[in-house]
Design a binder for this molecule. Sequence first.
Ligand code: AMP
Ligand code: MG
Length: 442
Amino acid sequence: MNPSFPDTVKLQEKWQKQKGSDLFNPNALQIDIAKEFMLSYTHQFRVNLGNEIIPLEECLGRVLASPIIANMNVPSANNSAMDGYAFSSIVLSYPSNIELTIIGKQMAGQATQQELLQQFAPNLHCVRIMTGAVMPSCCDTVIPQEWVTVTPQGITFDPLKIQVGENLRLQGEDIRLGDEVLPLGRILRPSDLGLIASMGFATVQVKKRLTVAYFSTGDEVIPLGGEIREGALFDSNRYTLLGMLTQLGVRLIDLGIVRDDPLALREVFSAAANQADAIITSGGVSVGEADFTKKIMQDLGDVAFWTLAIKPGRPMAFGKINTSDSSAVLFGLPGNPVAVMVTFYQFVQDILLHMSGANHTPKVFRAKFDGTFSKKPGRTEFIRGILHRDESGDLWVKPHGHQGSGILRSMSEADCLITLFAPQSQIFHGDQVDISAINCLI
Ligand code: AMP
Ligand code: MG
């Protein structure tokens, strides 16, 4: 191990003391400590990522480089929430039906009419008003048109039908001038684009996109369009990675499939580090193979090989590949298709988001466990689950029937991953469990 990598065993002991558990095997790194280390190791990439100003149309999924501060009130003025009649609530104290004369009309987009304000008598008059139209300052309540009777003189309505201030949208009730509307590090969502537009901002300062290079390794791995032969398989990992990375909004460099050949691997690692901020590989890090891959990686950078206390996804390489003038973070994921997805969702996603400048913690939910499950204590297991609700509306999660780490189909059929924590050995029917999203970023 390169000396610039802290001794992971020592790190783990420290962590064990802090958390006070004796269940942990120092040769099997716990997920929390691995993640904690990866976050601090990659912090410099987060700090050094530049900013750019881009049109709002291109901002979906991008990370805010500075907070959005409201430059105006939204709505900009008090306005009507309904098509109806604006009036002064003074008249609501009258015991019987109210009769008001219509003295003017206020349409959406029209400025306040001064002559109307001057003529208005609060106990006699109302103003015909449309949804979104500015509320005349002499009025404070809107009665919807459906609730009035129109007479030759004006309108009549029952005062019990309406309360003071109803059907009025207040100036600044959505956004108040000076508010921090969206924080630094926010990953912009559809509603955010609308919110930014509602203040009239046409461009936004965002973080530059992270560039991620990825490739598959293995002599048995065949590209799409190639001919399948006995013992070979089509490259599915690169497509799973393509999907997961696309949802993170990073720039992608697809470097294809690399043979289990030291020279070829060395070349691709260097090429990848030249172009990218992060490199993701699948395969070639299991016991045996790892020694050979490890050697190349260590020659090129700063790489630790970890045996993680998780299932699936035990072996994993993590570190940096250096070039003469830059470096890229490396995630060497296992080859098994399910392990690729689990390690991505448990580690890579959080770290790439961290490097991207995002302040985003993927959400964890709770559900009742439908079934029973036994596991070895000491490692965290991720199992694929299917959600359903019972008659009383409680959310349940049932383990998928096929949990093999090569069974990608159950990853497609599942709704979520269920986390079974390291100390647990037996999960009973009805136990509350943590669940997290797969196949999307939430
Ligand atoms: P490895 O970690 O290289 O020993 O790979 C473990 C297993 O994962 C292999 O035996 C393959 O079955 C599978 N595998 C490796 N790479 C890929 C890939 N790119 N696409 C689909 N399956 C793969
Ligand atoms: Mg392999």
